[in-house]
Design a protein around this ligand. Structure first.
Ligand code: SF4
Length: 452
């Protein structure tokens, strides 16, 4: 049985964002005026973060919510790299002189779709176009089903020190239904290659809330996961959005999807097992060894949240490269074309492939800070927020604090004179707590996945 009362689960299992950004990408507009298009990236301290999206996957995992292109056609990645190179050339003059890259992340799709020579080519393109800081943090998402020692070493030559491996679940019945059959052996080999190639940190991604998952099956997956001794784990709640991702309907039609009560029971079990194994629970859905930078940043109140989830790095302007990538500056968000033909067409016409955007207001920036603080620190310290935002937090957001009262009555948050603190029960409802500070929620309420 879950320790969370069913009445709370029923009450709070509503649609809501995961707040990897605020405002969320649903607010982006495709009618951005020319003056709202990205001009020059001129970060105050000269540092930026880069994100490179490699969209390809050889087959579709049915739970997938990412921007993917499913293909096994030869040559697609070469063509993609040709366009990426041209996109970089379009961006290059828009970077202020002296700009350096302090953080680089490869996401997808599957960055390990690229062959080792293609990864070397990508490295050469990036090194030729950008200056990196000597301690730049470079990380990559990898799919063990499409990985070998050559690819691991190629990403290492590129400077990768952190890798995230998709696992999700080791149960054969779950794997078959979600169309992601991945043996323990290939996952273990991937971890071994990463360790032998000198990667400083290995993260494993898991998902709970998939069809056929039970406390017993999740227990068996965790036994195997712990054998691999990861430095970090990201344990995502399955986001069911079949109106955007039709393949998810197959999961729904299986009749084996766990109800919200079962889903929370699964997460409770994962939380108990991982904390008993010595991992620190961080924010919404991350775990890390106690001496890992992420756990230390969480304890010190330095944790950050961005499109990739939780991070230790101070928030930097982000330049997103590749199809569907999002760029972020303190002033605005911009998103590239989501479909390959449109992305290629823009680049071939010599245009930045930006399709959507959102110019941020002062109020957006303030609320983004509040929501990030809640998601990262699980506390709203009124004095700290007042100083960071340059206003009287408790007075300015009195209406929101009043809206937190019913959640406090339900035991999700403790509201004191100087701070509001998320309770252990409230951690399961962090998205609901953050939603109180979301100005745009009503207009987008039905387009998000459920909070549990
Ligand atoms: S490998 Fe990742 S991005 Fe590709 S289909 Fe599976 S979940 Fe989606």
């Amino acid at each position: 049985m879950s320790a969370i009362p069913e009445s709370l689960i029923r009450k709070y299992n509503t649609a809501g964002p995961r707040y990897t950004s605020y405002p969320t990408a649903l607010r982006f507009r495709d009618d951005i005026a020319p003056q709202e298009r990205p001009a020059v990236f001129a970060p105050a301290d000269g540092l930026i973060s880069l994100y490179v999206h490699i969209p390809f996957c050889p087959s579709l995992c049915r739970y997938c919510g990412c921007n993917t292109v499913i293909t096994t056609l030869k040559g697609v990645s070469e063509t993609y790299l040709d366009h990426l190179e041209k996109e970089i050339a379009l961006w290059r003059p828009r970077l202020a002189p002296g700009t350096r890259v302090a953080q680089l992340h490869f996401g997808g799709g599957t960055p390990s779709y690229l062959t080792a020579p293609e990864i070397d080519r990508l490295a050469a393109m990036l090194r030729a176009a950008f200056t990196f800081t000597s301690d730049a943090e470079i990380s990559v998402e990898l799919d063990p089903r499409r990985l070998d020692r050559e690819r691991v070493e190629a990403f290492s030559r590129l400077g990768c020190i952190r890798a995230s491996l998709g696992v999700q679940d080791f149960d054969p019945k779950v794997q078959k239904l979600v169309n992601r059959v991945q043996s323990f052996d290939i996952t273990r080999d991937s971890v071994t290659w990463l360790r032998e190639s000198g990667y400083a940190s290995v993260n494993l991604d898991l998902i709970y809330g998939l069809p056929h998952q039970t406390v017993e099956s999740v227990d068996r997956t965790l036994d195997r996961v712990l054998e691999l001794n990861p430095d970090r784990l990201a344990v995502f709640s399955y986001a069911h959005i079949p109106w955007l991702k039709p393949a998810q309907k197959i999961l729904e039609n299986s009749g084996a999807m766990p109800a919200a009560e079962r889903k929370l029971e699964l997460f409770q079990r994962i939380l108990d097992r991982l904390t008993a194994a010595g991992y620190a629970a961080i924010g919404l859905d991350h775990f890390a060894k106690q001496d890992d930078e992420l756990a230390i940043a969480f304890r010190d109140g330095r944790l950050q949240r961005n499109f990739q989830g939780y991070s230790t790095h101070p928030e930097l302007p982000m330049l997103g490269l590749g199809v569907s990538s999002i760029s972020q500056t303190p002033e605005a968000f911009h998103q590239n074309e989501k479909e390959l033909p449109e992305y290629y067409a823009a680049i071939e016409a010599g245009r930045l492939p930006v399709a959507k955007g959102l110019r941020l207001t002062e109020e957006d920036r303030r609320r983004a800070h509040i929501i990030r603080t809640l998601m990262c620190e699980l506390t709203l310290d009124y004095a700290k927020l007042s100083s960071a935002l340059g206003l009287d937090f408790a007075a300015t957001y009195a209406a929101e604090l009043a809206r937190l009262e019913p959640l406090a009555k339900d035991g999700l948050v403790e509201i004191g004179e100087h701070a509001a603190r998320v309770t252990p029960t409230g951690r399961f409802f962090l998205r609901n707590l953050a939603m109180v500070f979301d100005q745009y929620l009503e207009t987008a309420a039905n387009r998000h996945s459920k909070t549990i």
